[in-house]
Design a protein around this ligand. Sequence first.
Ligand code: ZN
Length: 242
Amino acid sequence: MLITADQRQNLESLIELAARGRALQHEHDNPEDAGALAELVAKHKDVTAQKASAAEVVETLRTQVADLTAVIEKKNRLIEKKTAELNAGTGLTSRDLVNLQDEIAGHRDKVAELEETELGVMEELETAEAALSEIETGLAEVTAAGRAMQTSIKDRKTEIAGELSEVEDAARKLKAELPDQLVRRFERNVAQGGPGAAILSGPHCQACGQEISGMTWHGMIGNDVNETYECEECEAVLLRRA
Ligand SMILES: [Zn+2]
């Protein structure tokens, strides 16, 4: 089908627009940062598990400290009670007094031993709390980075949607200036996943790569440059390079 020079201009613009539209659609469906976001999501899962186990360690040590403190307090109350009994000395023989003194001394030794143990556990707890806090900081960073990336992907998608609708509007205007039959062929090829139309710079369909026979190609070269063709293989609209 022969088209006018103006229609040729429109068809060339339409080919460029369709390519732009395909690139935008591809970017929309395959965001550049999708891989990086997936990595962040995996890292977030990892660090969350690390945090849970670090928190468990801290919790266990805190319980140990609390238990030791309770035991020490109980012992100290006992020491106070026994010391009061010793000081009162009511109804106690000198042997009782010696025994009581020994008992108190034994409790005091035990308290000293427990306090030393508690001190060791407190040091462990401090280290564990510092590790947990470091993991929490890391987790907050991963979370923030993930959110920022999600937002940026979403924003870019919105931007692309806007650009795509501009491309569609412009394509609609160009199609209105082209013969209906040519537009139908163009759209049929697009529906099949093709570019719609292509410019030939040699004896190969630029849409599907199909070779054009030497005879056909020579015929095309002899024809008007604004003559359009249909690829026998993919049915795209073809136009020889001017
Ligand atoms: Zn083709």
